[in-house]
Design a protein around this ligand. Structure first.
Ligand SMILES: [Zn+2]
Length: 240
């Protein structure tokens, strides 16, 4: 229904194929250049140039990617809650499958701008949650690598070529990542800054125990319901 944006993985696959280099080697090289502070697109284009490929073929459109994330999150309210729950679980998990916190912050930023998600009327569960979740993971990890400046420590600022329309997102991601690095966390429900080690499933202790009567979030729902969706990550089967 909408334009599907190429992601970072697509771009790496393309250049691997065009240059005849194994994908894994390409990914490794780009990664290590980003750790030295090089931008994602700049690194890919430098490789293209080196291989005699036209660098203009290797671009990504961050505004289009942001729009696609927002389009998916507007599709279906229950689906969006389920995606939030899965991502919340992945960001808290340890090891390989861990969803990087900066990408999760991008997700939260886009989510907070989504207001017109249709409520589900019937009781049919949303169909493609897994597919939509995988897509959101690809898109948010791509977007955060474009909007933010990186080095070996992770996000270190807003990318020089971040479009104006997305600078607020980039700033917020940077701020929250810094907080997290210093051992603090922004409660995804009430927005208060708390010690990261005292959080329960992304929530501050009060929100987790249901004591907080903070403001309802931008999703326009009583906070209690959403909190279940964001925080209690195992309850994705909850029906409306
Ligand atoms: Zn809270």
């Amino acid at each position: 229904m909408f334009l599907v944006s190429p992601t970072a993985r697509d771009l790496l696959q393309k250049i691997a194929q065009d240059a005849g280099i194994p994908y894994r080697d390409v990914a490794k090289r780009i990664n290590s250049e980003m750790e030295q502070g090089e931008g994602f697109i700049d690194s890919v284009q430098a490789l293209a140039k080196e291989k005699g490929l036209p660098s203009k073929d290797y671009v990504l459109d961050s505004e289009q990617i942001a729009n696609e994330i927002s389009t998916i999150l507007k599709e279906d309210y229950s689906q969006t809650l389920m995606i939030s729950a899965v991502l919340g679980q992945l960001v808290e998990s340890k090891g390989e499958e861990r969803f990087p916190p900066p990408a999760f912050f991008v997700f939260l930023e886009v989510l907070s701008d989504v207001t017109e998600t249709p409520r589900r009327v019937g009781d049919t569960p949303p169909k493609n949650v897994d597919e939509a979740t995988t897509r959101i993971i690809e898109l948010t990890t791509t977007l955060v690598s474009l909007l933010c400046e990186w080095n070996v420590e992770g996000v270190v600022g807003v990318a020089k070529d971040c479009p104006d329309s997305l600078k607020d997102i980039a700033r917020s991601v940077f701020r929250k990542t810094k907080l997290l690095q210093s051992g603090m966390w922004v409660c995804v429900s009430c927005g208060r800054i708390v010690e990261a080690k005292s959080t329960r499933a992304l929530l501050c202790e009060e929100c987790n125990s249901g004591l907080s009567d903070g403001p309802s979030n931008d999703f326009g729902q009583p906070i209690e319901r959403d909190r279940t969706g964001y925080g209690r990550t195992s309850r994705t089967d909850e029906s409306e």
